[in-house]
Design a protein around this ligand. Structure first.
Ligand SMILES: [Zn+2]
Length: 205
């Protein structure tokens, strides 16, 4: 399938994509490839790979998926949500993004990811998809990109690697995605806000 491209007259820091009523990605903005590269998705997700697929395939964490599904439902019912803030770090940059969710005709949804600010840092191998990995795993928060160092303890990647004494390239663990307690709480509050707006009986499961 040849992807349908959206004109993006805005900055390179803005990525737009659109899903149909069934949450299948129908088009992506023409800067998808460069945005993907800056976010270290290169080699993994190309425009041809995303258009025609369900969006949920690209959101690895179940709780995050659940939150977005509720926000989509709310948006389609005419109750727009606040932009969702999240991190989309590359190895050499902390990237602070926000996602705007807007309803279009026929229950389609337009998603606009905007890079709000970035901070450069020495490259962290943990986020380099080309790094070779050990057999151990480390959990990274899907929303804020902190890593779990102990039960209930989530810290910035650099701090976490130091605490866990992971220095050598060959020690780099594999990543699994989760949601830290703070982001989970925030998601739940957003869901509660939705429930309070919705009459009983029509609450999303
Ligand atoms: Zn988090």
């Amino acid at each position: 399938m040849i992807p349908k491209r959206m004109e993006n007259s805005m900055s390179k820091d803005v990525l737009m994509y659109q899903v149909d009523a069934g949450d299948t990605i129908v088009c992506v903005s023409d800067n998808w490839a460069s945005f993907a590269e800056e976010n270290n998705w290169a080699g993994e997700i190309q425009p041809n790979d995303v258009v025609g697929h369900t969006l949920w395939r690209f959101i690895q964490n179940e709780e995050t998926r659940h939150l977005y599904q509720i926000l989509f439902k709310r948006t389609r019912e005419g109750n727009p949500s606040r932009p969702v803030t999240f991190r989309c770090d590359s190895p050499g940059e902390r990237r602070f993004l926000e996602l705007k969710i807007e309803a279009l005709a026929e229950k389609q949804i337009k998603l606009t990811s905007r890079v709000v600010r970035t901070e450069s840092r020495p490259e962290v191998n943990l986020l380099n998809s080309k790094s070779s990995r050990s057999t151990s795993f480390i959990t990274i928060c899907s929303m804020c990109k902190k890593i779990k160092t102990a039960p209930g303890k989530w810290v910035e990647i650099e701090e976490g690697l130091e605490q866990l004494k992971i220095f050598e390239a060959e020690d780099i663990p594999q990543l699994t995605h989760g949601l830290c307690e703070a982001c989970f709480k925030e998601s739940m509050q957003e869901i509660e806000r939705y429930r309070s707006l919705t009459p009983p009986g029509v609450i999303a499961s």
